[in-house]
Write a protein that binds this ligand. Structure first.
Ligand code: CP
Ligand code: NVA
Length: 307
């Protein structure tokens, strides 16, 4: 069975920990592993815009001895002109792995079902698991561990980032607190899944509509845009509903001593986060952005060994 990485819990807690440690080791010795020597090619497909994901996969595949083939779906046959299944059958015969940023999770499931090479989710409407590997690498670098720490996510919790924080951080043995307005809370299905994972890995899940309660005592405070890709038409209507949910210095003062701030980026200063926080001393966002490279290299090297 081909291993894929379509969502955060497609790997076990032990595998997640090994990938995080491998990323930290690869960061210290950047060109040490060449699983794509040949060079083999890795397809990286984008249905949505990107800066970090595009750069970090392209650079990471090259670092691993391979060649990145970046495909913007708008100029390919994928989508309206050719099915996902037919695309997978063409790609699997030529590339070593397939990385895809898309809308519906079902598309990734279909790509994986038709591909004998690993498929990696580079963000869907449902999950952003590569970002979470980078965040966990950053947390481990900052605190020397993940288990037992508390992460607080404030803002739109009915999106890919909140879902991934719930599941991936629970898998890492962390406590996860979510603070979001009514109407922007995570679905019951995702919360139940995170609670089950937390129960076996030692963490707790808190869901609240009070941002100060969510952040209280947290080691890591995170947020994300209030308007995810694909929701641009609702931007003004959505922004009006997040009054009091900006991560600013006042909200950060509720967090624990030595708390850090993370954001997957791109950030909208003055909306989900204030300039003082994202550009201030607690912010680790540039380290986090760099860690996309190291985390994804470790993931791709690990997947290359599984298949
Ligand atoms: N965080 C993240 O995925 O950034 P991009 O949208 O720029 O890839
Ligand atoms: N929730 C955001 C994440 C961007 C990296 C989006 O989907 O647009």
């Amino acid at each position: 069975m081909t291993r894929h990485f379509l969502k955060d819990d497609d790997i076990t807690a032990e595998e997640q920990a090994a990938i995080i440690d491998r990323a930290i080791a690869m960061k210290a010795d950047r060109f040490s592993e060449k699983p794509f020597s040949g060079p083999q090619t890795v397809a990286v497909i984008f249905d949505k815009t990107s800066t970090r994901t595009r750069v970090s996969f392209a650079v990471g595949i090259a670092d691993l001895g391979g060649v990145p083939l970046i495909i913007d779906s708008g100029v390919s046959q994928l989508g309206k002109k050719e099915s996902v299944a037919d695309t997978a059958k063409v790609l699997e015969r030529q590339v070593a792995q397939i990385v895809w940023r898309t809308y519906a999770q079902a598309g990734l499931d279909e790509m994986a079902a038709n591909s004998s090479v690993p498929v990696i989710n580079a963000l869907s409407d449902m999950w952003h698991p590569c970002q979470l590997l980078a965040d966990l690498v950053t947390i481990k670098e900052c605190f020397g561990k993940t288990a037992g720490l508390t992460i607080a996510y404030v803002g739109d919790a009915n999106n890919n980032m909140a879902n991934s924080y719930l599941v991936a951080c629970a898998l890492a043995g962390m406590n996860v607190a979510i603070g979001a307005p009514q109407g922007f809370l995570p679905t019951e299905a995702v919360v139940d899944r995170a609670r089950k994972i937390a129960a076996t890995n030692g963490g707790k899940i808190l869901i609240t509509t009070d941002p100060a309660e969510a952040v209280a005592g947290a080691d890591v405070v995170v947020t994300d845009t209030w308007v995810s890709m694909g929701m641009e038409a609702e931007a003004e209507e959505r922004k009006a509903q997040f009054d009091g949910f900006t991560v600013d210095e006042n909200l950060m003062s509720n967090a624990g001593q030595g708390a850090i701030f993370l954001h997957c980026l791109p950030a909208y200063r003055g909306f989900e986060v204030s300039g003082e926080v994202i550009d201030g001393p607690q912010s680790r966002v540039w380290q986090e952005a760099e860690n996309r490279l190291h985390a994804q290299k470790a993931l791709m090297a690990w997947l290359a060994e599984q298949n």
